[in-house]
Design a protein. Structure first.
Length: 326
């Protein structure tokens, strides 16, 4: 049986490593943290397939350094870290891990909503700072979630799952999508379709669930933030480039909106200076899919994509079908 040369650039569950090792020789020892870009370049020239994480930059330089590379299996649903046109031109297959992180990311979205509305992070810090004889009666007054209006931008799988959870909070649900969803789904979710401007003006919580694309870059900027209510909150667990962070920083400082909760960042992993100093912002390090159960499912899916491509089969989750020569 032919054995392939594979590179795993990030810490994945042991089950996925064992699955890959059964058919491949690893060109570098598995790591816990993601490989620095220089280390990736130092190993990738030997690889026929690589399993990458979302923070890996797989660009033309990487591809030119790896003349035998046949597949990039991304350990993520997004793949904006990969130059897909360059890969397609070279006949390199690009794969992702859709579907398995839907419910987990919806859960995290709700954690962000509740945390920013009820000032959970600020309250936690207050308790940890020092022991006190009493707590001020009106400390950390937050905002009710129950019965408010939730505006969902992007009613795909994750957006729909967020909407299902909102029903338990008795919320009015409005949404904007490039294409209106089926009437049956609107009825199931009790969600009303509105245009983008109406959503921004009426929602108490605006949550973003759109892909990374030229059309969605800075979808939320100064004009959009100025449409939102001063009592409203912005939640982003989709892609960092969707939000103009400089505009968001100004809006938060000026009181144009009440707060924000972010799991993704425009210049990830770097934070726009000033955002981390604001008390009305909740920040998490891109943990939308970070549960043990979901990460294992993602890793096994990525490994399956990797092995299928190396064996000349069409991978189950192929992003660029034009590159497949099978």
């Amino acid at each position: 049986m032919q054995r392939w040369k594979a590179l795993v650039t990030c810490g994945v569950p042991v089950s996925a490593i064992e699955m890959i090792r059964a058919r491949c020789d690893l060109v570098a020892d598995p790591v816990e943290e993601c490989l620095p870009h220089e280390s990736l370049l130092g190993h990738v020239w030997k690889a026929e397939g690589i399993l990458t994480c979302h923070s890996d930059r797989i660009d033309r330089q990487v591809m030119d350094t790896a003349p035998r590379l046949r597949v990039v299996a991304n350990y993520a649903v997004g793949y904006d870290n990969i130059d897909v046109p360059a890969a397609t031109a070279r006949g390199i297959l690009v794969c992702n891990t859709p579907g398995v992180l839907t419910e987990t990311t919806a859960d995290l979205t709700w954690a962000l909503i509740m945390a920013v509305a009820r000032r959970v992070v600020e309250s936690d810090r207050f308790i940890r700072e020092k022991d006190r004889d009493k707590w001020p009666f009106n400390c950390f007054l937050g905002t009710d979630v129950y019965g408010k209006t939730l505006g969902i931008v992007g009613m795909g799988r994750i957006g729909s799952s967020v909407a299902r959870r909102a029903q338990g909070f008795g919320m009015r649900i409005i949404y904007y999508n490039r294409k209106r969803v089926e009437p049956s789904l609107e009825r199931e979710l009790k969600a009303a379709y509105v245009n983008f401007e109406t959503l921004l003006r009426e929602a108490d919580f605006v949550t973003l669930h759109v892909p990374s694309s030229p059309d969605t870059r800075h979808l939320i900027g100064s004009p959009q933030l100025s449409m939102m209510k001063p009592t409203s909150f912005l939640i982003n667990a989709s892609r960092g480039m969707v939000v103009d962070e400089a505009a968001l920083l100004s809006a938060l400082r000026d009181g144009a909106i009440a707060g924000a909760a972010l799991d993704v960042y425009e210049n990830e992993p770097h934070l726009t200076p000033g955002l981390g100093e604001l008390p009305n912002v909740v920040l998490t390090p891109h943990i939308g899919s970070a549960t043990r159960e979901t990460r294992e499912k993602m890793a096994l899916m990525a490994a399956e994509n990797l092995l299928a491509a190396l064996e000349g089969k069409r991978p189950p989750n192929l992003v660029n079908p034009d590159a497949f020569r099978g």
